[in-house]
Design a protein. Sequence first.
Length: 270
Amino acid sequence: MEERKWEELNMDILVNVFGRVGMESLLLDVPFVCKPWYKASREPQCWGHLIFPEYIKPDDIWEEDSPDRGFAERLVTTYQENLSVTAFMKFIVNRSCGCATVIKLPKHCTKEALECPILKVLDVGLYNSSIKHIIPKFVSKWKSLERMRIGKFHVKSVLRLLPQIGLHCNNFIWLSAPYSYIRKDEALGIVASLPKLKYLDLHGADFEKEAVVMILQGCKQLVHLDIRDCRGFRGDDAEILELASHIPSFMCEGSSIGLGELSAFVYNRE
């Protein structure tokens, strides 16, 4: 039986595979194998998930000691151009031709990375600095946004965004904010702005117990709540367990009174 060559695979199959290999391979490996693979790598469907290297920064493509420095050096060598962050992000987003549905932002970000009208999943990362100044300008355009993951230092900024998300993103059902500090103000923002929320991940957070109660009483459509290893309430608290009894996937193992008051002091100083 005659074997088929890789370059003879159906274009739809190639696009399906190349959409899973990651940004580095899609830029620096796949296009240089053969002409069919080059052609397939230019299809917008390959660029539906934009997982940016974490350590891009505005004044250079990558920091000298960055874990992603090897990617940067290969990029410069291959394309013979030391791209700025803005140029790099614009180049990547243009490849997607508006088809990107998932974005994981780098530590530093410019607005070019967010020109994605059908965005469904946004991963802001732990230390991204763009959420205060850039993301608010795009929320009203992300009608399809369903999920957001934020870092522990973003809760205050996201609290200001929640009314916009609730107003413009009718499909929004999933929020992840691990290792955050959740007071009554944060809980009220979640309850008031996201009535359709189904999945909430706050594991490792510092809580006020009243905030846990507010979420359990106010988020009526929750099917998944992760508050494992939190501080500020006990995982075996009878009131919390009773209020959570209707949630199919409820996790609170490892939560304890802990150092919630100390964490609140640190939080309020930020």
